[in-house]
Design a protein around this ligand. Structure first.
Ligand code: ATP
Ligand code: MG
Length: 430
């Protein structure tokens, strides 16, 4: 192959698109219901934003960023996640001055230089929400509940919610000190990443997925035992609220997530349909981030889910073959009839009727064959005899009948017949 696909990327072909549209449409309408508004930020940002926002000692910043220098010698990075750019936009556009709270959602491609495998790409898509300006544990519960509601709406089952709290700047040092004391002697047996994290961000050792490292974590002190009063109260409220909302969840005291900005609540929604890459959605509270990248101290909470992984689960669980809009095929017989049909196709489309014509054909057999292949609703046949009478023959592909219609009535007739068939199929689908 002369131009191979870049490693870790993929084409999303038309046959997969119904799943994408389904997820995007359901997300937009549910976010609207919760009064979130869409925001779109650039695909690239200055590199410092991510180094400072996500944290220098995270996997993303250490290993996974697509960073380049542009012709003006600026250090730029393709966004690896959505939260830091949205917080940048929140500050840059002074959104905090306009409203006490901002409820924003986004949808788009993200880029991480990771080892490609099932459910893990270098360009992938996230849909997420950010709720800025709310410190109340109700907002953590609302965000978790919104995530669960969304996957319910999409019809995804086999999901489970895990929740934890990673503490705040007051109790984090205590938590980390206890972790370091516990790990101490085992350090040489942990992987290189964990050894480095031990010195930079000990809490993130818990995020290591390597089985050998994990064996050392089973007896790890419970980080919740080191929480300050405020964090303990906040966490207890969050789980009380989500419990009362009827959300099944489990507390996973080792859930820390891979980004440095989290404070207090962290959560994940995991699918039992995905194999190794089983996390669909991750999120949490990040009360320090706005302040850290130059805005006023602003509490915030959000989540993001991976669209590719949601599509994978949807494909497993449901055969969401969306009914395509019915198509009309226009078939001129003989080249002399083609031009008038070409203009008719334009007229039909402007009248809102979806139609197609094959410019390379003008015989009946191959055009009917093509109409069948396209599973059209109607095929319009226009030959010499129709031209003489100024009519057109409408072949009803499903009902099998043929009706000859005066040329000037064709749009009205097709609209009417299309509606009649729709009503009939609505009745049988009831
Ligand atoms: P993971 O543990 O799978 O690496 P993560 O903790 O890096 O996930 P987040 O940064 O929180 O994930 O992103 C949220 C969601 O985005 C993930 O739950 C996943 O569905 C999706 N996601 C993250 N990285 C990728 C990737 N490289 N390819 C496809 N989807 C991804
Ligand atoms: Mg990751």
């Amino acid at each position: 192959m002369k131009y191979p696909l870049s490693r870790g990327t993929k084409d999303i072909l038309p046959e997969e698109m119904p799943f994408w549209h389904y997820i995007e449409t359901a997300s937009r309408s549910l976010f609207d219901l919760y009064n979130y508004q869409e925001i779109r930020t650039p695909i690239f940002e200055v590199t410092d934003l991510f180094e400072r926002g996500i944290g220098n000692s995270t996997d993303i910043v250490e290993k996974e960023m697509y960073t380049f220098t542009d012709k003006g010698d600026r250090r730029l990075t393709l966004r690896p996640e959505g939260t830091a750019p949205i917080v940048r936009a929140y500050i840059h556009n002074g959104l905090y001055k306009k409203e006490k709270t901002s409820k924003l959602y986004y949808c788009g491609p993200m880029f991480r230089y990771e080892r490609p495998q099932a459910g893990r790409f270098r360009q992938f898509h996230q849909i997420g929400v950010e709720n800025l300006g709310n410190a109340h544990p109700f907002s953590d519960a609302e965000v978790i509940s919104l995530g669960v509601h969304l996957f319910d709406e999409l019809g995804l089952s086999g999901l489970s919610v895990s929740v934890n709290s990673v503490g705040c700047p007051v109790c984090r040092p205590v938590i980390e000190e206890r972790l370091k004391q516990f790990i101490g002697g085992s350090l040489p047996f942990l992987c290189e990443d964990c050894q480095r994290r031990f010195h930079t961000k000990p809490l993130r050792i818990l995020d290591c997925k390597k089985p050998t490292c994990k064996t050392y974590f089973s007896a790890m002190p419970n980080i919740q035992d080191s929480h300050c009063h405020e964090c303990r109260d906040h966490f207890n409220s969050v789980i009380e609220y989500i419990d009362s909302l009827g959300i099944p969840f489990k507390i996973d005291t080792q859930l820390v997530r891979g980004l440095d900005y989290y404070t207090r609540t962290t959560f994940e929604i995991v699918s039992d349909q995905l194999g190794a890459q089983n996390t669909i959605c991750g999120g949490g509270r990040y009360d320090g981030l706005v302040d850290q990248i130059g805005g006023p101290p602003t509490p915030a909470v959000g989540f993001a889910f991976g669209v590719e992984r949601a599509v994978m689960v949807l494909k497993e669980l449901s055969d969401l073959i969306k009914k395509k809009d019915p198509l009309i095929f226009v078939a001129p017989l003989g080249f002399a009839q083609q031009t008038r049909c070409f203009y008719l196709v334009d007229e039909l489309r402007r009248a809102g009727l979806k139609c197609e014509m094959d410019y390379s054909k003008s015989d009946i057999k191959s055009q009917l064959k093509q109409a069948n292949k396209l599973q059209t609703e109607f095929t319009l046949i226009y030959g010499e005899s129709e031209a003489e009478k100024n009519t057109i023959l409408v072949k009803h592909m499903v009902e099998g009948k043929q009706v000859e219609i005066p040329w000037e009535n064709i749009v009205e007739y097709l609209h009417h017949e299309h509606q009649r068939l729709q009503n009939a199929s609505d009745l049988t689908n009831r």
